[in-house]
Design a protein around this ligand. Structure first.
Ligand code: ZN
Length: 493
């Protein structure tokens, strides 16, 4: 039942169409015939100029009918012709291709200006599809197709080079200006894709082209290199003043890479990139890893801990990402436990300054020396979980018995602030600022508020002068010095 109904409907529809075309005048039929002749002329021009042969009857009537019936449009037919093995096999020059398209599609010779435009487009690396599309969508061709009674249509772009004209123009001109030749289809699609996916950036493409065997073979002097940069970055030759300037730049000892970078960051290249909607590779955001500082010092604090002072010093170190070494007195460690743990967590070094600071070690016998050191080591270990790696004798005093029994490297100092004596922040600060240099070991005591004040004043200044604040062990490591037990160190340079 349903099939019958469908059949009836289809008959009715056919009748309606038929009825619709019946009241046609003789004049219209004639016009249609003329139009069909023009369409077959169009197809014939395609055979003649694009395939280089006369049409066969079957082919001519096939294409004419397809066009007239609207099964394909003119742009589609021309695309098929231009991509046929017959056309491609003839290896037409870009100029010939443009001439042929003028004749087939517009049925006339090319005018100079228009021809130059389309030839340039092909030279830059676009496919013939782009040119066919340009013709197909022109007012002139649309007018002709309207007269023929066929659809002009548009061309489908499938290759990267046609889909991203801004990139293709950039790459194409690089081929022409740097390699001094027109791009090939595979080459331009390859580089287009790399730029499109940000695998490379424009300046890297320029460098790759300049370094290619094709280009570098032609660079035999600084003058050649400068010329290549002008062509690569600005698409032009250098003006005499510019060439002189950059010639001197190289003579002054700058490298070619430095010169390349100067061109790369020029305003002229920036404008050009903007025009092509391209940009230089973004500069990476700074990583938080500390740079290797050229100047390091070891701030050292004896006789603590004492939290009212030690914590102020730790505040400053924390703010400036610095480390210091605290030569603690063993019997104070438990009392100021939090302070010691905080220093440790900030990366500071907890070091040995004897257990009770009562005697200079040089006045003690071997057993007493050992006792002072090991008791202090144990006090530190009990709080921090690790034994100290360095020690400082009380008053910096040592002799051969101390050296033989201390069991740790002895860290003395080379900058004495005399903070214990002056108790004056500005005096303490000036002792540091007037004497400091890379590798210094600076003596202070975290017992006096004036010492904390001196640090609050000095640390920002020293940081601005490029100093970083490291522990004694870090300083030794940075300087490649192996500290040995019983040995005295005054500075680490
Ligand atoms: Zn001391």
């Amino acid at each position: 039942m349903r099939r019958l109904l469908n059949k009836a409907l289809s008959v009715l529809l056919t009748a309606a169409v038929f009825l619709g075309v019946t009241p046609i005048s003789c004049g219209s039929i004639l016009a249609d015939e003329v139009a069909t002749n023009e369409v077959s002329d169009f197809v014939e021009r395609g055979y003649d100029l694009m395939l280089n042969r006369e049409s066969d009857e079957e082919g001519l009537s096939f294409w004419t009918k397809e066009l007239v019936d609207g099964n394909i449009d003119a742009a589609e037919m021309i695309t098929q012709f231009i991509e046929s093995p017959e056309y491609v096999g003839n290896k037409h020059t870009n100029e010939e291709t443009v001439d042929i398209l003028y004749n087939v599609m517009l049925n006339r010779e090319a005018e100079e200006e228009g021809k130059a435009y389309w030839v340039n487009l092909l030279d830059t690396g676009f496919s013939s599809r782009r040119v066919v599309n340009g013709f197909a969508t022109s007012e002139e061709f649309l007018g002709l197709c309207e007269n023929y009674g066929i659809e002009a249509g548009m061309v489908n772009f499938t290759e990267t080079r046609d889909l991203y004209p801004n990139i293709t123009e950039f790459v194409g001109v690089c081929y022409i200006s740097i390699l001094e030749r027109n791009p090939d289809a595979d080459g331009i699609n390859y580089w287009d894709n790399l730029l499109l996916t940000n695998e490379i950036y424009p300046e890297e493409l320029v460098k790759a082209f300049i370094c290619s065997p094709e280009c570098s073979a032609k660079i035999n002097s600084d003058a050649d290199y400068i010329d290549a940069l002008y062509r690569a970055f600005f698409y032009r030759s250098g003006e005499p003043e510019g060439i002189d300037y950059w010639t001197n730049y190289l003579k002054e000892g700058h490298s070619r890479d430095e010169l390349f970078d100067e061109f790369m960051v020029s305003l002229e290249f920036a404008d050009l990139l903007e025009k092509h909607e391209l940009a230089l590779r973004p500069t990476p955001t700074p990583t938080p890893t500390p740079v290797v500082a050229d100047k390091m010092i070891a701030l050292t604090f004896d006789d603590g801990p004492y939290s009212p002072v030690t914590n102020r010093i730790l505040d400053m170190l924390e703010a400036y990402n610095g480390h210091a070494t605290f030569f603690v007195v063993g019997d104070r460690v438990a009392t100021y436990k939090e302070c010691v743990l905080r220093a440790q967590s900030l990366g500071c070094e907890i070091a040995n300054h004897t257990y009770d600071h009562k005697y200079t070690l040089s006045s003690l016998d071997a057993a007493s020396i050992r006792w002072e050191i090991s008791q202090c080591n144990q006090s530190i270990y009990n709080i921090t979980g690790s034994y100290p790696k360095v020690m400082r004798p009380v008053g910096g005093a040592y002799n051969s018995t101390v050296s033989a029994n201390v069991g740790l490297p002895m860290i003395i100092w080379n900058v004495d602030t005399q903070d214990w004596k002056n108790r004056d922040a500005s005096l303490t600060a000036s002792k540091i600022l007037n004497n400091v240099s890379d590798g210094d070991i600076i003596l202070m005591h975290d017992l006096y508020p004036s010492t904390a004040s001196a640090m609050e004043y000095c640390i920002p200044i020293l940081a601005s002068q490029g100093y970083t604040f490291v522990t004694v062990s870090e300083l030794a490591e940075a300087k490649g010095i192996d500290l040995s037990a019983g040995e005295a160190y005054y500075s680490l340079k």
